[in-house]
Design a protein around this ligand. Sequence first.
Ligand code: F6P
Length: 361
Amino acid sequence: MSAVKRIAVLTGGGDAPGLNAVIRAVVKSACNAGLEVVGLEDSFDGLLDPSRTRPLTPRDVTGIIRLGGTILGTTNHGDPFAYPAEVAGGKVDYSDRVVETFHQMRLDALVAIGGDGTLGIAHRFFLKGIPVVGVPKTIDNDIFGTTTCFGFDTAVSFAADAIDRLHTTAEAHKRVMVVEVMGRYAGWIALHAGVAGGADVILMPEIPFDIDAAAAHISHRDALGAKFSIVVVAEGATPLGGSRVLQEAAKAGHVERLGGIGVQVAEALAVKTGKDTRSVVLGHLQRGGAPTAFDRVLATRLGGKAVELLQRGVFGKMVANHPPDIVPVPLADVVGRTRTVPLDYDLLTTARAIGISFGER
Ligand code: F6P
């Protein structure tokens, strides 16, 4: 058993439904085991300024399992190894200050809940001597080393519901409806929501698409009498030989902001099929609101396992979903890698078999 008595917890990067469920599980299981828990506000910013920390007890987390967002706040620019110019007045390495604050606060271990960026920072602090356990988070479901991230199920459920709604209006007007969903590097949301919503065309980052092939599929449906079509496109999808559509280029401390591929696909399909076409961007609606029961349970399991590892003195790991178990995997094996949809995934094969086009030539 380790001598861990006082732990900190933070949430970093984009939010995902289920973050509060992880925090709740961490706080309840740690406090019930006699540990003290400190909540850090806005990711690692909470370790730059002790006034942005607060003790967390089971009372503080009562009732939050059903809430979206994160009670601790989060930020996309909080890399203490490279603070962005507009925040710090220059690119500044604050990492030593974080380590000092961690020790000043008499913390023994840190639970970092976040995506690849946050887990990467957590790993660097582990190498600087902070005992860390990571909890993977992203609605995109693309963190390496775990099969499912909490938030994904909520995002897919929301997107599938949206596609259901678009179906009725598409059919009434005999239109093509293009739905842009999140998925920066991976098409997990597009594929799962598309299949669940009965889409006709799915465009995703793993399969660069030929717009003529997608248009031909829609025209073929038209000729057979199905006068409407639903196209689901991931924000990170690219045409063959083309590049991702950006809303904003990358700048210090921020990755590029994607968005706009849905409009481009809709415009091209309108020209190529001659059909009335509309596009919808689901955007951050996919990240908001209450987590599904599945995500609440997965998040609870991950939070509980993180505390179990800390108590056993197992650090530098990420808790990963490997059904039927939650297992520790080394952060070193995970960070900087992306889990895209494998091209031999059975759902891709089945989707093709049931007549969904991926815009392949
Ligand atoms: O990583 C999750 C994600 O939802 C991506 O799909 C999307 O590109 C990104 O976050 C957008 O995040 P934000 O608007 O917070 O920059």
